[in-house]
Design a protein around this ligand. Structure first.
Ligand code: NCD
Ligand code: ZN
Length: 409
């Protein structure tokens, strides 16, 4: 197969070439004869990678499962997703990991990896399961998964292999409790304290840590004061704020960490050059669960378009998207054959029309939850075609084929 007239970034420069695919991999880049997929008028990204999604399987499949969640991924332009461990049961034992692996193997229609969860005492399980990454909740979020103490965190920091990342949900448990008791909600202080403590412990253990969904410029720059600390941002903290959006979100506005003020949101934008990745934190809940206070937003099907819209408004360069949504996640999570358009890499591509405008509607989405915090947003930039290991799975913005997803880690 050949992708004709592909416009993409090659070694930092805009190229316009044909891409030849053999056996699911990129076999050559150049100029080739023969028929293929015509990419004229579209921009080609390496298949995008979302390192932070909650596919809810097993145990919470009324919200999402590996099938609906990976369909949402494809539709949003992601060919690889990394799933979070706060399922039921949580992915904190070797048994639970094997069980989840089996389910994903049956249902997933894009490639995936499975993050493992850290608890106060599951050190031997981590060692037995040998997961590619470890997720550590410093404070409470959806589900009961938490590391429980700074002592347990330090022990995970020193025992988990140094060449694999530890992902942190950085909100300090005690600060959350005292702030909530005082009716203050989860202020940015909970995040700042957690970042400070995690950086200090990571420095001592000489290891790489990765801060998930960083919400403020202060937390991000504090994290970045250390070379081996990586920073992820999520679209909702960049495109929604408490001043602007709370009224229409109403009972659906809860997310951890919370949305911040408009001033904090715009300050976070200024940190983007130093940010390492985008993670959607796709955290679908049913509307019923949202009304009862569940925290989290679906994000897979809006993440890329929000950034393409920002590109169209000249506030974000395209290479930033390539780096933060493909190259960097692949490098950080050791996905050796993903994240680049180059010979030998998997033939995963996300083809977008940078000019097409569309309106976000919850009812049109693949995610089982059926709603979105971006309802009614008019966005310029849309996923048109997605190719997964050489298979055209999305065409004309719709899913046209399903192939079996593979575990990448
Ligand atoms: C996530 C969820 O629902 O699983 N919720 C959220 O508000 N972000 C959990 C998480 O990532 O903290
Ligand atoms: Zn989280």
């Amino acid at each position: 197969m050949i992708i004709k007239n592909a416009r993409f970034y090659q070694n930092g420069k805009l190229a316009n070439k044909d891409i030849q695919i053999e056996g699911g991999s990129i076999s050559a880049i150049g100029s080739f004869k023969g028929k293929g997929i015509d990419a004229s008028g579209l921009f080609v990204f390496p298949g995008l990678i979302d390192p932070h999604v909650h596919l809810r399987d097993p145990g919470l499949t009324q919200k999402e499962d590996f099938h609906s969640g990976t369909r949402a991924a494809l539709r949003g332009g992601f060919t690889t997703v990394l799933d979070m461990p706060n399922t039921i049961p949580p992915t904190t034992t070797k048994k639970a990991l094997l069980e989840k692996r089996k389910i994903a193997g049956k249902k997933a229609v894009c490639d995936y990896g499975l993050h493992f969860g850290a608890t106060k005492d599951n050190f031997s399980e981590v060692e037995a399961a040998k997961p590619p990454s470890l997720k550590l909740y410093m404070g409470e979020s959806t589900g009961s998964l938490q590391v429980g103490s700074y002592a347990a965190m330090e022990k995970h920091f020193s025992t988990f292999p140094k060449d694999k990342p530890i992902i942190l949900h950085a909100e300090d448990a005690d600060t959350i409790k005292s702030m909530e008791a005082a009716g203050l909600g989860r202020g940015p202080m909970a995040e700042r304290i957690a970042v400070l403590k995690a950086n200090e412990a990571a420095q001592k253990a000489k290891r790489v840590i990765y801060f998930a969904h960083t919400t403020t410029a202060e937390a991000a720059s504090l994290a970045k004061s250390r070379r081996d600390s990586l920073v992820e941002v999520s679209p909702h903290h960049l495109f929604l704020s408490t001043d602007k959006d709370l009224r229409y979100l109403r009972r659906r506005s809860n997310v951890y960490p919370p949305l911040r003020t408009e001033a904090q949101r715009t300050a976070l934008w200024k940190m983007l050059p130093r940010v390492d990745t985008v993670g959607s934190d796709h955290a679908p809940h049913t509307l019923e669960d949202k009304a009862a206070g569940a925290a989290g937003f679906p994000g897979l099907e809006t993440s890329l378009s929000l950034f393409l819209d920002a590109y169209n408004k000249s506030i974000l360069p395209l290479p930033w998207i390539v780096e933060r949504m493909a190259q960097n996640p692949a490098r950080i999570f050791n996905l050796k054959k993903k994240g680049q358009i180059a010979k030998g890499f998997d033939a995963d591509f996300t083809l977008v029309d940078l000019r097409e405008e569309w309106t976000v509607r919850g009812r049109d989405l693949e995610s089982r939850c059926g709603w979105t915090p971006f309802e009614g947003f008019r966005l310029k930039g849309r996923v048109k075609k997605v190719i997964l290991r050489g298979n055209l799975v999305v065409d004309d913005s719709k899913i046209v084929d399903e192939v079996k997803g593979e575990e990448v880690l």
